[in-house]
Design a protein around this ligand. Sequence first.
Ligand code: 5GP
Length: 189
Amino acid sequence: MNPLKKKIEQCGVLLGGDVLKVDSFLNHQLDIPLIETIGECLANHFKNAGITKVVTIETGGIAPAYATARRLGVPVIFLKKSEPRTMRQPLCVQVFSFTKQKSYNVCMESGLIEPDERVLFIDDFLANGEAFKGAESLIHQAGAHIAGVGICIEKRFQAGHQYVVGRGYDFCAVASIAAIENGTIHWAQ
Ligand code: 5GP
């Protein structure tokens, strides 16, 4: 069993509605050696994909995106969940949040991703794929190519996995949950 799955079994907390709380190592406090291991695993998977930039969404995706990008030797862009007044030409798109059950805007300064770049999207979770769809729209608006999708924890029983794989993206999840039943996590093979 890989270190992320072990950590989830030891320290993850299952909340109602298929939400897994990982605040003690990924979403609030960061377990640095674990984040580095996640970065190593994702960078290894995408090392030959010609990635020129990593894109994530603040805040949960930033640490694993950083750990992956520093190994690939490329910058990270974190999409912002609001439109800061400092942005001169924001590209924005609406995303429906699985955990908060409401919509929010994600924004990126236009020009940060150049046309023809090869982008790797990284996030902490993949659930219904709404966050990814928002990032996908912004990356495509910038004229760039999505060369991979790397996820720390995917809940394969939700719609995001099918969406990402169905679109033909190179996909890697460090921990894949097939089902959550009666407070028990079943791992996908
Ligand atoms: P999606 O957009 O794929 O439905 O959900 C992905 C986003 O929602 C992630 O960026 C993550 O912040 C949040 N999320 C989805 N499921 C979970 C979960 O089970 N636990 C936590 N902590 N966040 C989640």
